[in-house]
Design a protein around this ligand. Structure first.
Ligand code: PLP
Length: 443
């Protein structure tokens, strides 16, 4: 063990030395293809010169000026960029340092919005099972990821959880996809009535679920019904696009593909693509107006909000993506990746589902394809796949989700938007043999 305290203090991790496009190299010179962007972060790949130059230019001007004293040009320009492209009337942006901070800000803003309107009884949030909204106490409470919550459960506010729109596991045989979507969206109404609508601030969910389920989009019509219910009961809809946003699913905002606009949208990872730590909360005009015309002050903040270098990096990342039309590549390569994964792993007896959108793809592993029984959690297949893939020079993001309270295994892929056909072939070949070898040894 070194003096560094890692999340997994027992793990021995290679020392990273440098990056080049979709590849990372460790100190010993070993090459890794970054097929998950870490955890869906590095959407531009590594060591992009355009972004590095923009950061250097900003550092040469000024690295930091506290946002309680000054605004800064990269922050203003980045907000303009996002608002010009955001769905609905998300007209204002609040910059923070990451996803959990953005979610905390959203929860607090929702509460303060209703306080300003005199609706003081609105204190509660509703979310979904198998969701993840971050690791700080408020964000953790809002998520339905049981194993992450468990040790801290006594510290967390109670949040009613409804079913996720998880067609592979939750759809009944006697219903169509559309009927399934309406049924699970209808659970929001039931949960609202149970909690008393006058007590609820907001519903929060991920438009395409990442870490806890492995790239699961909702069925068509689900989000339209969610929006209707939120409007009917006067609660806010918070879209958590920390992982699925900023082009990952093929549109800049994932929710665009659902034809609805949230009241608050939070984003992070792909915003700065890992070049700097940055997150953002986009807020409707109505919400900000209420605060401006009310107390005039949002009771929340962090030291590094709107950091000039982070904003300059994120602006350069987003301009680079747009100027090089990388979202077309996301859509095209995403389909190719899906087809190649299906060809390589589609008949594997332990592969239950291959799914996702754009360059956000998930593979769910099962013990039995017919019954969809999850793999025995004590086998820790996801952890074995992660280390065997690293051994093979591939970074992917396998996780144990929670299925009926147990952990199930899936692999998340979120490669950079710059990948070409040869990278796809390398991902699929390395992942295919890793999955086969791990399962052959373990089962
Ligand atoms: N929300 C979602 C959907 C996430 O996937 C994550 C992180 O994985 C977070 C929030 C928390 O973001 P961060 O790790 O930057 O705090």
């Amino acid at each position: 063990m070194t003096h560094v305290f890692h999340r997994n203090p027992r793990a021995e991790q290679p020392v990273v030395a440098r990056g080049d496009g979709p590849y990372i190299y460790d100190k010993a010179g070993k090459q890794y293809l970054d097929a998950s962007g870490g955890a869906a972060v590095s959407c531009l790949g590594h060591s992009n010169k355009f972004v590095a130059d923009a950061m250097k230019e900003q550092i040469d001007k000024i690295s930091f000026a506290h946002s309680g004293f000054f605004t800064n040009q990269p922050m203003e320009d980045l907000a303009d960029f996002l608002v010009a492209r955001a769905p609905g009337n998300l007209d204002h942006v609040y910059f923070v340092s990451g996803g959990s901070e953005a979610v905390e800000a959203a929860l607090k803003l929702a509460r303060q919005y209703f306080l300003e309107k005199g609706e003081n009884s609105r204190t509660r949030f509703i979310s979904r099972r198998q969701s993840y909204h971050g690791n700080t106490i408020g964000a953790l409470a809002a998520g339905g990821n049981q194993w992450r919550r468990e040790p801290y459960a006594p510290l967390l506010m109670p949040v009613p959880l409804i079913s996720p729109c998880y067609e592979y596991r939750e759809k009944r045989n006697d219903e169509t996809s559309g009927e399934f979507g309406q049924r699970v969206a209808g659970e929001l109404e039931t949960a609202l009535i149970d909690a008393g609508p006058e007590n609820v601030c907001a519903f929060i969910c991920e438009p395409v679920v990442g870490a806890t389920m492995g790239a699961v989009p909702a069925v068509e019509g689900y989000f339209k019904r969610i929006r209707e219910i939120c409007d009917q009961y006067g609660i806010l809809f918070i879209a958590d696009e920390v992982m699925c946003g900023m082009g990952r699913t093929g549109s800049l905002f994932a929710v665009e593909q659902e034809g609805v606009a949230p009241d608050i949208l939070v984003t992070a990872k792909g915003l700065g693509a890992g070049y700097q730590a940055i997150g953002a909360m986009l807020v409707s005009n109505e919400i900000l107006r209420t605060i401006v015309d009310g107390s005039g002050f949002f009771q929340h903040g962090h030291t590094y909000m709107g950091h000039p270098v982070s904003c300059a990096a994120a602006l350069a990342v987003q301009n680079y993506i747009e100027d090089n039309d990388l979202l077309s590549n996301v859509r095209r390569r995403g389909e190719q990746l899906h087809d190649a994964l299906t060809a390589r792993l589609g008949n594997n007896p332990f592969v239950g589902d291959i799914r996702g959108r754009g360059l956000f793809r998930g593979i769910e592993l099962v013990a039995d394809r017919m019954t969809r029984e999850p793999l025995d959690p004590s086998l820790k297949i996801h952890a074995k796949i992660k280390s065997a893939a690293m051994e093979a020079g591939l970074m992917c993001y396998p996780m144990g989700g929670t299925i009926d309270g147990r952990r199930g295994d899936h692999i998340l892929l979120a490669p950079p938007f710059i990948i070409d056909e040869t990278h796809i072939a390398e991902i699929v070949e390395k992942l295919g043999s890793t999955v086969e070898n791990v399962l052959a040894k373990a089962i």
